[in-house]
Design a protein around this ligand. Sequence first.
Ligand SMILES: N[C@@H](CCC(=O)N[C@@H](CS)C(=O)NCC(=O)O)C(=O)O
Length: 224
Amino acid sequence: MHDLKLFVAPGTCARVPTIALEEIGVPFETELIRTASKQQKSPEFLALNPKGKVPTLLIDGKPLTENVAIQTWLHRTYPNANLLPQTTDVLEQQKQIADLSFFAATVHPLVTRIAMPMFFTDDGDPFTSIRPKGIEGMNPVMTMINERLHSGRWWYGDQWSIVDGYLFWVWWRITGVGFPDEEFPNIRDHALRIMERPSVIRAMEREANYVEQLKSEGLYIAPR
Ligand SMILES: N[C@@H](CCC(=O)N[C@@H](CS)C(=O)NCC(=O)O)C(=O)O
């Protein structure tokens, strides 16, 4: 059995491996990183992850970073959890990695432009310059995903996968700061459906507890 500790911050993409670990059902610990006080850039944390980001998963004391790598490690280590559809076809396996990479490398950067536009400029108002550009870039992505969900409940049809967890985090994050959702009813339904999943309920409870903790410490930054 592996000793697993996941470094997280509420509202971030660390939700995706939290859902995965809850889905697997093995014991694991989460540790809160206080982004408001830049704990992710502290020497202690940078020693684990020089990129200064969550999620970071400590596996028997050794760090693994990057959502794609964490998700695929969990899938290979705990195949019975079916985090991804089982297949021995190498091309199909690579297509699954393409799906995870799509969320990490194409969708996530758009999320950041929408949710954290202040990261991208010191000039003017980033909420009226950068955010609309992020929304413009996200619209065709969401149109494509909405169409994909037309014929099935989940990203891979009838089978739930951690790609659905990734989509849920993206949708929750962007709609939470006003991304217009009217034209994407299949994604809206997908989010309602996934929020009934016990693993997702438990992951959200962990985050809610951390939000309360951060509020009590005066370190909670509400999405806007
Ligand atoms: N490529 C990384 C991105 C991780 C990432 O951007 N994490 C954000 C939260 S969603 C973070 O830690 N931000 C804090 C910072 O950049 O200082 C992955 O996919 O895991």
